[in-house]
Every structure is written in C-alpha cells, then in structure tokens.
Design a protein around this ligand. Structure first.
Ligand SMILES: Cc1cc2nc3c(=O)[nH]c(=O)nc-3n(C[C@H](O)[C@H](O)[C@H](O)COP(=O)(O)OP(=O)(O)OC[C@H]3O[C@@H](n4cnc5c(N)ncnc54)[C@H](O)[C@@H]3O)c2cc1C
Length: 416
C-alpha cells in the first residue's frame, strides 16, 4: 500500500479498518543470497539498498529481538555532517543527502527536521578548532557558519553566556543538521525492504556461524541453520560478541550511553545545541519533551542501562549551559550499547573470513550515518568492493596506522 493523502482520506472514510501491516514478519527460509545480522537501522537500510540499488532481494535481516530494539530505537536522533577529516566528511555528507530525500525514497514519514545543529565554543583555542572544521566542511561543499557570541545570543538568548567557568564565545552552526524520528526510520526501511521481497525475521538470535574452512556459509540461529552466500554483521553494541562466534577479535569496546527525556514544555529550543566545555547535547521533540544526553558511562558493558553518576554529570552539563531547564522534571531515561572503535570512526569492510562482512564501530554517532552506512554496506556486499565514500573505513587501518581519529584523542572511547 502506497501512503499518500488520498490513501489517508480513503482509509478515513472506511473507518481506518483497511490499513495492513507495514512489513511482513517472515519465517526463515533454508538459504538466502545475503543474510544481514541485526535489525537496527543499519541492517535494514542495507537490505533496502541491496534490493533497490543492486536488485538483490533474496535477503534476510535476522534480529534477535524486535526491529529497532537496539540503539536505533534508543538514540537522541541527531543528524549532521559536520566532520573535519577527508575520510569522514564525504561519507557523512552522503548520509545527509540521503536523509534529505529519505521520505520520498521510502514513502514514509521519518520526520526529518533540518532545524540546525549548533556546537558551542568557550575559548579562543576551541574557536580556532571549530573555524578549521567549518572551513574543511565548506571545502567539501558542506554548509557551515561560525557564529560569534552575538550571533548565538540572537538564536538562544536564554543560555548562560557569562557562566564563570564556561563563558560562551560563539558556535559552529550547520543549518542542514537536525533530527529525524528514530523508530520511524527503522519502520520506513523495514517497510521498503519488505515491499521489495526482503525477509525480516524477528525473535531469531544468531548463535554461531556455519563454516567451510575459512569461508562463512551461513548462520546458526535459535530457529535453526540458515545458509547464505554472504553474511553481513550490523549488530552495533553486540559486535564483539557476534564476532567472537566467528573467532574474530575486533578493535571495539562496548560501552553504555544513556539518554534522557523531560516532561513536555512549550517550544523553546529551536535546534540541537551542544555544550563545548563538557559533554552535553539537547534538542526538543515535536511533543515538547527535552531530549538530551552526554558522555558514555565509562566502563565496558553489554547492559542496556546506565548508572547514576552519569545522570548527575549530564544534568550538571545542562545546568551549566541553560539554567532555565533546572525546574523541568525528567520523565524517562534509558541506555544503549555503543560499539566504540579505537579511533572513533566506523568499519565497513570485508572480515578476515571469506563470506563475512563487517559494519561496526559506530560509537555514539551511528544514527546520522544510517542511510550512508546501509548504502555503502550494500555496495560492499553486492560488488565486493568499498564504496568510494567509505573506502577509509577499513579494518586493517588499526594495524597499518591509517587511523581516522576525528578528534585526535587516541584510543580513548570516552573522548571520541
Ligand atoms: C542513548 C543513545 C544516544 C544516541 N544518540 C545518537 C545521536 O543523537 N545521533 C547519532 O548519530 N547516533 C546516536 N547514537 C548512536 C546510534 O544510535 C548507533 O550508532 C546506531 O543506531 C547503531 O546502528 P544500528 O541502528 O544498526 O544499531 P542497533 O539498533 O543496535 O542494531 C543492532 C541490532 O542487532 C541485534 N543483534 C545483536 N546481536 C544479535 C544476534 N546475535 N542475532 C541477531 N540480532 C542481533 C540487536 O538486537 C539490535 O537490534 C546514540 C545511541 C544511544 C544508545
């Protein structure tokens, strides 16, 4: 069923009894051309582009829970392409361009809202670093504006500009950045992929790999063996656990990241704002809730819940930036498992085993990458070669030293 205003009117006249499920909840077949492990945004986007761009629809997406139950449904929904390094910038800009056409592509309202992303700076050194990043963005054809203090004040007059420790000097603004509705992205990709024949198999955990020597030939699951010519992993925070089943040890640590939502209040934050002197970012949802987060909890974990010291630290960041939110009540918080790579950049590459492909290391920035990640992973799976914009995301860069350390902080997951 195609969604349109006419479909809506027709269904309204019929009492809304004619809507069908958005995607098929499929049963596993014995074999597929491609199996993708992980029904998050990246796995489903990969399936969509495999079917749409490469005509490969004999594909299964295998999800241990329900689709979107991982980070895809837990993130703070920020999308942006304000990257410095040449290995990152074109990839994230490809993602931004795909976001800009996503609703038409999927025929689904993913609520992409280009309301702007503003990174605040609080010192001369930070201003110079942001000016450099903004210039690099513009040289790649990406929009960027460096605002001074007066420019930020015009947009966000309620910030604490004269905070004794962290006075605000200005900010780097990407107007095309913003937010998208995270679970609508999952549902939209699932629906589009399913329409093209992809099987979405939920409640099916991958528990091992079928091997023929050094070649992966399928997966063991809680619902039996399934064979495939190619198997792609897109399991985010579970990457090291699933890779271990294939005997691989990857340069990835799993960490918890928490998110928070307040009660709904009148609109007052126009876009996404990040605090440059700590780790705090905030936006306001269309329902009025403040959506915010900060740093990872700082210890390795596979648990989808965090701890109180980080809650306190995040709220302190918020209070240092905008004391006006001090009396707003927090409604909900939750955690997700981050696949933190050791240079803060992802991996989209072959694995050392023939037939097994890796999509991992998204740290806490993988939501914005969802369209480009799916697009480039589908390219790799279909053609056995990297997409040009993802060619720097090689696994062997950790051995050869060609790291993509966007922030220049080394192998320190909490600083990426
Ligand atoms: C609190 C929080 C805030 C964030 N904020 C942002 C943000 O604002 N902007 C941004 O760009 N990014 C953000 N991120 C990061 C982003 O959400 C992730 O990088 C991205 O969602 C990861 O890709 P994914 O959607 O495919 O992962 P997931 O949705 O986690 O998908 C992986 C799937 O694999 C499944 N799986 C795991 N093991 C198996 C198995 N053995 N068998 C079958 N299935 C399995 C899981 O159940 C899961 O559904 C945030 C993350 C969190 C947790």
């Amino acid at each position: 069923m195609r969604y349109s205003v006419f479909t809506l009117m027709k269904q309204a006249l019929a009492g809304h009894r004619g809507w069908g499920p958005a995607w098929r909840d499929a049963q596993p077949k014995p074999a597929y051309d491609v199996i993708i492990i992980g029904g998050g945004g990246h796995g489903l986007a990969t399936a969509h582009y495999l079917a749409k761009t490469h005509g490969i629809a004999n594909v299964a997406v295998i999800e241990k829970g329900w689709i979107g139950s991982g980070n895809a449904g837990r993130n703070t929904t920020i999308i942006r392409s304000n990257y410095l390094l040449p290995g990152n910038n074109p990839f994230y800009e490809l993602s931004m361009k795909l976001w800009e056409g996503l609703e038409q592509d999927l025929n689904y309202n993913t609520m992409v809202s280009q309301r702007g992303v503003l990174n605040l700076y609080h010192s001369d050194g930070q201003r110079d670093a942001y000016a450099r990043r903004g210039n690099a963005m513009r040289m790649h054809g990406v929009d960027a504006e460096l605002l001074d203090r007066a420019g930020v004040r015009r947009m966000l007059p309620f910030l604490d500009f004269d905070n004794a420790r962290f006075p605000i000097q200005g900010g780097l603004l990407q107007r095309r950045g913003g937010t998208a509705r995270h679970d609508a992205v999952v549902w939209g990709y699932a629906r589009a992929a399913s329409d093209r024949g992809v099987d979405i198999i939920q409640n099916c955990e991958v528990t091992g790999f079928l091997r023929d020597g050094d070649r992966v030939t399928g997966v063991e699951t809680t619902r039996g063996q399934i064979k495939a010519n190619k198997v792609g992993m897109a399991v985010a925070g579970n990457t090291s656990r699933v890779a271990q089943m294939a005997g691989l040890r990857l340069p990835i640590e799993s960490h918890v990241l928490q998110a928070f939502v307040s009660e709904a209040i009148k609109p007052f934050i126009p876009g996404v704002v990040t605090f440059g002197a700590g780790h705090f970012y905030i936006s306001q949802s269309d329902k009025g809730g403040l959506v915010f987060g900060g740093d990872i909890d700082g210890y390795n974990s596979y648990a989808q819940r965090g701890n109180l010291p980080t809650v306190e630290e995040v709220c302190e960041g918020g209070m240092a930036l905008m004391p006006a939110i001090g009396r707003v009540r927090m409604l909900r918080s939750w955690g997700g498992i981050m696949d933190m790579s050791m240079d803060g950049s992802p991996i989209i590459d072959h694995s050392p085993l023939a037939g097994l492909y890796l999509n991992a290391g998204w740290c806490y920035g993988g939501f914005k990458a969802t369209p480009a990640s799916g697009y480039c992973f589908a390219h790799l799976l279909a053609r056995d070669e990297s997409h040009p914009t993802a060619s720097a995301y090689r696994l062997d860069r950790f051995a050869t030293g060609h790291l993509l350390d966007e922030k220049g902080v080394g192998a320190q997951p909490n600083l990426h």
